[in-house]
Design a protein around this ligand. Structure first.
Ligand code: GTP
Ligand code: MG
Length: 196
């Protein structure tokens, strides 16, 4: 698993992505939540996906080829305030088109900042995923920035909010790209999907 990871291509729209002939998983979430860092942590490669202290770093659909057999995808973040509405709308369309039309996409990991109470923007996004039948798992990031307890509490709050509207809850993971927390859990989860 993750023996080999290579950057393949960045695409401006889903129909320009590589042929959908491989198992594929994608990472999404608010700008700056730690998507690119998580991909680097999982693959054990410091600079595979470009990270930045400034939000809005990732702007295209980035495909990485893993172990010559499947794709991992880094997506641009949603909810980046410091850009024009026109830009935001274009990004939303690009991401939504990809999520709805990419037939080889198995699951989307939605990243959420573990330091925050449940945020409207994240809840709205997963509601949209549910309405569009896109399977997802939730990853709570940056757990090292506070006590593990606090991260777990925020995760529990998120579960409570979701239980009001969802009959079934998705998988939840608590992670840190700094310490590697959650790496094994996510890796085995992806492995189990690959085997099915
Ligand atoms: P965009 O591509 O702009 O949407 O951002 P992104 O979600 O890919 O975030 P990125 O991985 O670039 O990380 C944003 C910032 O958060 C960087 O300064 C990272 O070093 C920091 N960061 C990400 N994950 C963690 C983490 O688990 N712990 C800590 N302490 N910092 C993190
Ligand atoms: Mg990024």
């Amino acid at each position: 698993m993750f023996e080999q990871a290579t950057y393949l291509i960045s695409s401006p729209s889903y129909d320009q992505c590589p042929k959908p002939d491989k198992f594929e998983i994608a990472f999404i979430g608010r700008s700056n939540v730690g998507k690119s860092s998580l991909i680097n942590m999982l693959t054990g490669r410091k600079n595979l996906a470009k990270t930045s202290g400034k939000p809005g770093k990732t702007q295209l659909i980035n495909h990485f080829l893993i172990d010559d057999s499947w794709y991992l995808v880094d997506l641009p973040g949603y909810g980046y305030a410091k850009t024009s509405k026109k830009n935001r709308d274009a990004w939303a369309l690009m991401i939504e088109d990809y999520l709805v039309h990419r037939e080889s996409l198995q699951i989307v990991f939605v990243l959420i900042d573990s330091r925050l109470d449940p945020q409207k923007i994240d809840l709205e996004f997963i509601t949209w995923l549910g309405e569009n039948g896109v399977p997802f798992a939730l990853v709570f990031t940056k757990a090292d920035k506070q006590s593990v307890n606090k991260g777990q509490q925020n995760m529990a709050k998120f579960k409570r909010v979701m239980k009001k509207d969802w009959a079934e809850l998705p998988p939840f993971f608590l992670t840190s790209s700094e310490t590697g927390l959650g790496k094994e859990q996510i890796t085995s989860y992806i492995q189990s999907l690959l085997e099915n």
